[in-house]
Design a protein around this ligand. Structure first.
Ligand SMILES: *[C@@H]1O[C@H](CO)[C@@H](O)[C@H](O)[C@H]1NC(C)=O
Ligand SMILES: *[C@@H]1O[C@H](CO)[C@@H](O)[C@H](O)[C@H]1NC(C)=O
Ligand SMILES: *[C@@H]1O[C@H](CO)[C@@H](O)[C@H](O)[C@H]1NC(C)=O
Ligand SMILES: *[C@@H]1O[C@H](CO)[C@@H](O)[C@H](O)[C@H]1NC(C)=O
Ligand SMILES: *[C@@H]1O[C@H](CO)[C@@H](O)[C@H](O)[C@H]1NC(C)=O
Ligand SMILES: *[C@@H]1O[C@H](CO)[C@@H](O)[C@H](O)[C@H]1NC(C)=O
Length: 329
């Protein structure tokens, strides 16, 4: 039967917005940066409710969230993270933890993330590691995983100017450790990992610097946002950056830093995916591939207003480096 009935044509004319893709359309590249708050653990379930675009997550730790363990790895891939240097550089507990997830728990680990902001100070959630120490930890913990076929991300540096020099030093130190005599070898990796806080032009330029420094490598943007901007600016940044990531083939995955309530956000209230009373904001809903909710980030915060952008002392697991301080917005 031909669909060209008058009724069908009328239906199409009445529903153009169902036919045209939205600015921030759905994407299988999207993941969750999981930053739970002990006082609002009921929010955790929001990120695994259907329908959702989220296909993967990380939690800055080697082990998955107990609350997410019933979800098959093939639907919501857990990506273990090494994060920082152990107190002994010979420690191989990251390696054994990941091996045990695979062998004992039957979790199909196919990717790992390595260091988190090793060029950043602890005070801003960085792991503050010397490139030579990081190289030793990499050789002990990451190379054996690569030999098992696991894909590995280069350390995720801050968006500040120290990132690329840190990575170059790290790679050269790592090469020294794996080279013997005349047999020169390099440490290898499967994708570069990028963090950015600032505007879209800065993000695109930062990604361009990484592409130039590491030609032909896939890229994951594992933390990004425009911090402390008004709602319209923040939403426009969200739409533009998501669209950009979706169109670039070399961008394999991305994860928006914002899976928390606006009243505890250290990127400003408008970057949060949850309102102060725990409902998805427009950005939160768009990121999951749903329709706007119309919930303002400030909903539920009327009684006390927002605190300043000074991060609380307890942000150890939340790795925001205020790139804006260094490069301006
Ligand atoms: C968790 O939420 C409580 C209550 O809103 C807040 O005081 C605290 O700063 C939050 N913790 C983090 C790490 O954001
Ligand atoms: C593990 O996941 C990868 C990537 O999705 C897939 O190719 C592979 O077949 C899976 N292995 C097992 C044992 O399920
Ligand atoms: C190692 O990396 C350096 C810098 O990228 C490159 O010049 C060199 O050819 C590489 N060596 C090997 C053996 O791949
Ligand atoms: C990058 O990939 C392109 C296209 O596949 C190729 O022509 C070029 O030689 C590659 N460059 C490097 C540095 O590997
Ligand atoms: C962002 O995209 C959504 C559709 O996904 C659209 O409704 C909204 O107007 C856009 N906002 C801006 C500021 O571009
Ligand atoms: C969400 O918003 C509604 C009001 O629209 C409110 O009653 C509710 O407490 C909020 N929080 C959660 C977690 O649903």
């Amino acid at each position: 039967m031909l669909p060209c009935s008058a009724a069908f044509v009328a239906l199409l004319a009445a529903l153009p917005s169902f036919v045209l893709p939205a600015a921030a359309d759905s994407s299988s590249k999207r993941g969750l940066v999981f930053t739970p708050n002990q006082t609002t653990r009921a929010d955790d379930a929001i990120w695994v409710q259907k329908p959702s675009d989220l296909t993967w997550y990380y939690n800055y730790k080697p082990e998955p969230e107990s609350g997410f363990q019933d979800i098959p790895q093939s639907e919501f891939e857990f990506v273990p993270m090494l994060w920082g240097a152990p107190s002994s550089l010979d420690d191989t507990s990251f390696l054994s933890t990941v091996q045990s997830l695979i062998a004992d728990k039957g979790i199909n680990i196919t990717h790992v993330l390595s260091f988190n902001e090793p060029d950043g100070p602890f005070a801003y959630g960085g792991s503050n590691i010397e490139p030579s120490d990081a190289a030793q930890v990499w050789v002990n913990n990451i190379i054996p995983l690569q030999e098992m076929g696991i894909r590995v991300g280069l350390p995720a540096c801050t968006g500040g100017p120290g990132g690329l020099p840190w990575l170059r030093k790290f790679l050269s130190e790592c090469s020294k450790l794996v080279s013997t005599g005349d047999n020169t070898r390099n440490c290898t990796y499967d994708f570069v990992t990028v963090h950015w806080y600032g505007n879209f032009e800065g993000l695109a330029s930062h990604m361009g610097e990484y592409s130039a420094a590491f030609p032909n490598k896939s890229m994951w943007i594992t933390e990004y946002n425009i911090d402390n901007q008004d709602l319209q600016t923040t939403q426009a940044f969200f739409n533009t950056s998501a669209d950009y990531f979706d169109r670039l083939d070399f961008v394999e995955r991305y994860s928006y830093f914002g899976a928390f309530r606006s009243d505890v956000s250290n990127v400003g209230p408008n970057g949060a995916m949850l309102s102060a009373d725990g409902n998805l904001t427009d950005i939160g809903a768009w990121y999951l591939g749903r329709q706007a909710t119309g919930v303002p980030p400030t909903q539920g915060s009327e009684s006390w207003g927002f605190r300043s952008a000074v991060p609380p002392a307890s942000v150890a697991l939340i790795s925001v480096w205020f790139a804006a301080l260094l490069v301006g917005i």
